[in-house]
Design a protein around this ligand. Structure first.
Ligand code: SF4
Ligand code: ZN
Ligand code: ZN
Length: 334
């Protein structure tokens, strides 16, 4: 995406261009590229009413470039006084979130944003590594990403609800969103497709709406933005990435190739998904409230007694009911 040769002019302002934006075919200078990303995020936020000027939002941060860019853009379009950050420590060997997220602490301190740090160990009683080891000992075929994703989403939702945040914001990019949408379509799971959409219905009063402001920004644009802003990151790869569920891993590779061959494909795909979901919303909005897990009280799918997290934990022989206790919600640093 970064231009290798000099002397190319910005398509917008005529200054020296530094970036070639493949999906629009434009060469852009640093400023026009950053403005382009910010205005696309702002448009997406407004288009789907992701949050309003008065909404308190909880931002999930990982310490990597995606969360850096999300926060940098959010500071331009929303009031930092109406934000909180949450950093979740999964407990993955050689992948300490807190070590990677020194800048988050600094930024939270400088901008007066509350930072909540919560670990899997506190929430479910076990680190992700311990869950994965238990699972392997029992011969289960559950991917680490399944334990990880479900627990992370649960923590963010519960924390936001208990602290009165109106939205949970995550740094998922266009690449992530396209994978998820295609996966749901291939599985025929339109309910999940609609529920995961920023305009989809919330089927339980216990859910805090989760939105992804970067959902129309390519991963490569996020990396370029971070680089142009001078964000120094040494993003280590999660050691469990090779064990990502196979459908997602395959789609990831396939969509990457597709985008290389036909720039703009992922964006066009997600735009069509938005139209499809728009047509489906009336049908799914009239569904009854989701049932609640008899073990932990959180929402679960129709026809189920336990939520997915409790099912996973029970399968591992873990009796502790997941949940935030008061000391966790109070455990934050400024
Ligand atoms: Fe979690 Fe999987 Fe991502 Fe690792 S690769 S952080 S286990 S979701
Ligand atoms: Zn320019
Ligand atoms: Zn449960």
């Amino acid at each position: 995406m970064l231009l290798q040769k000099s002397g190319v002019r910005c398509s917008e302002c005529g200054k020296e261009a530094v970036v070639f934006q493949r999906h629009t075919g434009r060469a852009l200078c640093r400023e026009c590229f950053i403005n382009d990303v910010v205005s696309r995020v702002r448009n997406e936020v407004n288009r789907f009413s992701m949050f309003g000027a008065k909404d308190n939002v909880l931002v999930g941060v990982s310490g990597g470039k995606d969360s850096y860019v999300l926060i940098d853009v959010l500071f331009k379009i929303h009031d930092p006084g109406r934000m909180g950050f949450v950093l979740i420590e999964e407990g993955i060997p050689d992948y300490g979130r807190l070590e990677q997220a020194g800048w988050v602490k600094e930024l939270a301190k400088d901008s007066g944003v509350d930072l909540y740090v919560i670990s899997f160990k506190e929430y479910v009683g076990y680190s992700l590594k311990e869950l994965v080891d238990l699972s392997r000992r029992r011969g289960l075929k559950v991917s680490p990403c399944t334990y990880c994703g479900i627990t992370r989403r649960r923590i963010m939702n519960q924390l936001a609800r208990e602290l009165g945040f109106r939205r949970v914001l995550t740094a998922h990019t266009l690449d992530d969103e396209a994978q998820t949408a295609l996966m749901n379509i291939l599985r025929g799971d339109l309910l999940r497709l609609v529920q995961g959409h920023p305009a989809g219905p919330l089927l339980s009063p216990l859910f805090v709406r989760r939105v992804k402001p970067l959902r129309k920004v390519y991963e490569v644009e996020v990396a370029t933005y971070a680089y142009l802003k001078g964000f120094v990151f040494q993003e280590r790869e999660c050691p469990y990435i090779q064990e990502m569920p196979s459908l997602r891993a395959q789609l990831r590779k396939y969509l990457y190739r597709l985008e290389m061959e036909a720039p703009g494909s992922l964006l066009r795909f997600l735009e069509r998904v938005d139209e499809l979901v728009h047509g489906l919303i009336p049908k799914y909005s009239s569904l009854p409230e989701l049932p609640r897990c008899v073990r932990c009280g959180e929402p679960t799918a129709y026809g189920r007694k336990y939520c997915k997290l409790c099912e996973l934990l029970m399968e591992l022989g873990i009796n502790k009911v997941p949940g935030l206790r008061e000391e966790f919600t109070l455990k934050h640093t400024q």
